[in-house]
Design a binder for this molecule. Structure first.
Ligand code: HEC
Ligand code: HEC
Ligand code: HEC
Ligand code: HEC
Length: 141
């Protein structure tokens, strides 16, 4: 447990107001942690146990900065009754947690949504790779 001094928090330590202040600090720290955890070099969904293709290089933060993607839920979306919720995000969840959640889903569906999201945007923006070997790079390990 980290102890914050009176000077840092502006709240008298023995005062009860300290509790929400600590809550805010913890919230701030977890947001920073989420940002740095997003910095992954590959997309490797754990649902693909025996991948047939080489892993897809995806320098998460660098990619999103270059592509100008500021909204986390542009990819980490949440739907309710078929509608995308503008103010919610599913950061920290693997795509497979939802897209393989129903018994009707198969690995093909999961591959399809990955391709639809990644390749779909590249086609739409006329930027970024669209061929199999450009994403599934053999020697990029
Ligand atoms: C272009 C699409 C895209 C955008 C935009 C995006 N992400 Fe991601 N993110 C992904 C993909 C794909 C994964 C890997 C998911 C998987 O493994 O199923 C991922 C993984 C993550 C992870 C987990 C990393 C790990 O260690 O496994 C975190 C945390 C994360 N993103 C945070 C964020 C945050 C915060 C934002 C907004 C600032 C954001 N992402 C925006 C596509 C995106
Ligand atoms: C919290 C659950 C959840 C997570 C996590 C999630 N999705 Fe979805 N996604 C949905 C739902 C619900 C829909 C609505 C259509 C449907 O029922 O399949 C959808 C729709 C889509 C669509 C079709 C509509 C569109 O936006 O173009 C694509 C593509 C897609 N998801 C890709 C992804 C990818 C890639 C990831 C991981 C980065 C992801 N999803 C994470 C629940 C989720
Ligand atoms: C909403 C749009 C969008 C989505 C979604 C998206 N990309 Fe991109 N991507 C771009 C744009 C735009 C560029 C070109 C950036 C530049 O260099 O100007 C790009 C470039 C790339 C590049 C080239 C190298 C780099 O990092 O710039 C790779 C690799 C890539 N994307 C992989 C992916 C993968 C894998 C996914 C899905 C997990 C994905 N992208 C999802 C828009 C998108
Ligand atoms: C824009 C990038 C992109 C392009 C282009 C692309 N893929 Fe993918 N593909 C992905 C991502 C991201 C995943 C999810 C990878 C993971 O989680 O391991 C994936 C997953 C897969 C999977 C399931 C995992 C595995 O290796 O068994 C297969 C099979 C696959 N892709 C085949 C193809 C084929 C064939 C093509 C060309 C017709 C293609 N992909 C083009 C990004 C791409």
């Amino acid at each position: 447990m980290v102890v914050y001094s009176e000077k840092e928090t502006g709240v008298e330590t023995k005062h009860l107001l300290m509790l929400p202040a600590i809550g805010l600090v913890i919230l701030a720290l977890s947001v920073i942690a989420a940002y740095s955890q997003g910095d992954i070099p590959f997309v490797k969904d754990s649902a693909f146990e025996n991948p047939r293709r080489p892993p897809v290089a995806f320098y998460h933060d660098e990619h999103n900065e270059k592509a100008g993607l500021l909204e986390c839920n542009g990819c980490h979306h949440v739907y309710e009754n078929g509608k995308k919720l503008e103010s919610s995000a599913s950061v920290g969840m693997e795509c497979s947690q939802c897209h393989l959640a129903s018994e009707n889903n198969s690995a093909i569906d999961l591959i399809r949504v990955y391709h639809l999201q990644c390749r779909g945007c590249h086609l739409k923006k006329n930027a970024g790779p669209i061929l199999c070997g450009q994403c599934h790079q053999k020697n990029d390990n």
